[in-house]
Design a protein around this ligand. Structure first.
Ligand code: PGA
Length: 241
């Protein structure tokens, strides 16, 4: 087990270090595959990656998760977000962007095809992760088995509350998503978990220093042989209360 930790004084420092680790992990790969997360945490890292002189001409991007029930191209979908903040600026074209199944008939077979695609790409070189306020990685909510695979999940109340702001009205907030499983995530060759902000301090502490348990899904990253955790000073401040 090898989880290395880097504490950056500011979110910008963290983004700079994270983008350097990502660029290095993809360098020299015939088919570089970057696993991307959404949410607010990785945005500075994506900007830093775009600013690097980084060869993305063969890069594939694989998303961790996607909401169910949004129209194709909905600007609130994770696919559209990645197009806007990373794929577009890097020039990664749509055939090299892979989103978990999220429309049409959701079956074990369609999730299985997504898993096979990851395998056929040669696996994910580096998987970037955020951490949810309840400890989720991807949309693997507390209680998700560590050997879970890509599947449809119900979002927890906490996750819906945390993400509702980007949806405008309560009714428009999807209640289900398709997510890579924790078992799928752990198969990436390298993991990079980012935690930014004081609101992540309590859960980051639980994930990194508490028991390794499905109750705190992010604690699973400590089982990975090559994981880096990058946090800003606020995210490692002792939780108040
Ligand atoms: P956030 O979300 O980056 O918007 O805090 C993290 C997550 O839910 O994984």
């Amino acid at each position: 087990m090898a989880t290395s930790r880097y504490i950056g004084p500011t979110p910008l420092h963290c983004a700079d270090v994270a983008s350097a680790i990502i660029a290095e992990s993809l360098e020299g790969r015939d088919t570089p595959v970057l696993g991307v997360a959404t949410g607010s945490t990785p945005l500075l890292t994506y900007a830093a990656l775009v600013a690097r002189s980084f060869d993305a001409s063969r890069l594939h991007l694989v998303l961790l998760d996607e909401y169910l029930g949004l129209e194709r191209g909905d600007p609130r979908s994770f696919g559209s977000t990645i197009d806007r903040v990373l794929a577009g600026p890097l020039g990664v074209t749509s055939e090299r962007i892979h989103v978990p199944p999220h429309d049409g008939e959701m079956t074990a077979a369609s999730c299985g095809r997504f898993e096979k695609l990851l395998h056929d790409l040669g696996g994910v070189d580096l998987q970037l992760l955020g951490i949810g306020g309840n400890g989720h990685i991807g949309f693997n909510e507390p209680g998700s088995p560590f050997d879970s695979r890509t599947r449809v999940v119900e979002l927890s109340d906490r996750t819906m509350d945390d993400n509702r702001a980007s949806f405008g009205t309560a009714t428009a907030m999807p209640t289900r998503a398709c997510t890579q499983g924790i078992g799928t995530i752990l198969e990436a060759r390298q993991l990079l978990l980012l935690a930014i902000g004081g609101h992540k301090a309590r859960i980051l502490h639980a994930a990194m220093d508490g028991p390794i348990t499905p109750s705190v899904p992010a604690s699973a990253v400590r089982l990975h042989p090559r994981c880096t955790v990058i946090a800003d000073a606020a995210a490692i401040a002792p939780p108040v209360g």
